[in-house]
Design a protein around this ligand. Sequence first.
Ligand SMILES: Cc1cc2nc3c(=O)[nH]c(=O)nc-3n(C[C@H](O)[C@H](O)[C@H](O)COP(=O)(O)OP(=O)(O)OC[C@H]3O[C@@H](n4cnc5c(N)ncnc54)[C@H](O)[C@@H]3O)c2cc1C
Length: 387
Amino acid sequence: MDLSYTEEEQRFRAELRAHLEASVPRTEPPEDFDAEFLWMLEFQRRMHGGNWVGIHWPKQYGGRDATPMQQAIFAEEMARARAPQIVNRVAINNVGPTLMHFGTEEQKKRYLPGMLSGDEIWCQLYSEPGAGSDLASLRTRAELDGDDYVVTGQKVWTSYAQHARWAILLARTDPDARQHRGISYLIVDMQAPGIELRPLRQMTGASEFNEVFMDAVRVPRANLIGAANEGWRIAQVTLAHERGTNYAIKEQVLARINVDELLAQAQQTGRASERNVRQRLAQLYLETEIMRFMNLEMLTRVARGETPGAETSIVKTFWADLSQAIGDAGVEILGEQGLLLRGSPHAVGAGRFAQHLLFSRAATIAGGTSEIQRNIIAQRMLGLPRS
Ligand SMILES: Cc1cc2nc3c(=O)[nH]c(=O)nc-3n(C[C@H](O)[C@H](O)[C@H](O)COP(=O)(O)OP(=O)(O)OC[C@H]3O[C@@H](n4cnc5c(N)ncnc54)[C@H](O)[C@@H]3O)c2cc1C
């Protein structure tokens, strides 16, 4: 891949940089999770105003058809501007591309625009108390009654459910079929009667995710994506997007912001001259660069029309470990004060590293655990027998 920039790419960068300068909030994120959500949503709206949300989407659906190089530039500029994440990421990275592939024209027209603008937030109702890694054992039922499916069951770990207008749901529509068959993929109105949410408090103090209880929730048949009982295949496409390039780019941006910040803090406090600290920082820098190149390779494959498969598991495992290494290094280099969360007057960098340390524990679980990713690599890439 040619890593030099064309004039057009340089113009793209300049335009994006100017938009980011005008859009990135000047304030630190609010302490309260709900207020932080709105702070991030406001950023997404400003970015959408310049057509800078979902740049990898086709132009016909409101994206920019961004080339791999433009997506790489996007990641660099987001990190440079220390930009917040795009909050409706479940919609933009997972649901949108799945709908483009499997949805009807009506479904695309109805749902895609509100994803980019942030007017309609989405969540993902996959995991259940007894079905996480072994997702195919899910027990939520959807039974056809006239023109509606009637959904009953429980989901868990549903990020942003409390803010979501819509959800994608996996439910069992044929209880007699073998595990992976008999599952359908539905769009659920999160305001429908019969849905109850219970927020789950995480160790960061935030309640990003929730338990979702569904008791005879009516879902119109028109909200079925693809064919009935074909949901497993569609869910795999959504999961590939979740583990794939755009999440990895988001994590690369986060890693770069955190490593740069840590470098600045180490220099300010004089710790950068300690041999161990220098070794640690250089290693993190090196791994962040490796991740950048892994992402470029994935982007190149996508541009060639290839669908990344098991390789996404390598990237996912790599960024999960890197994310935790940055959190660990952050608090070690910053000392006791690095453990203080935002809200404390003595917190360093507005508590960024303490927050990151706590949240990064989720990196090896969310979107499929590292053990499961290694199983995928072992079976599909190395040809080893199933565990
Ligand atoms: C921050 C966060 C956000 C999330 N958001 C969502 C969301 O929005 N929507 C949603 O549906 N889900 C969400 N999840 C859930 C996530 O997908 C699951 O937690 C994940 O798939 C693991 O499932 P589990 O928690 O049931 O663990 P389990 O599957 O019970 O696994 C427990 C342990 O056993 C190991 N294990 C299991 N099977 C194997 C095996 N075959 N070989 C080796 N080891 C194995 C696992 O690696 C893990 O260490 C989120 C999770 C987190 C942490």
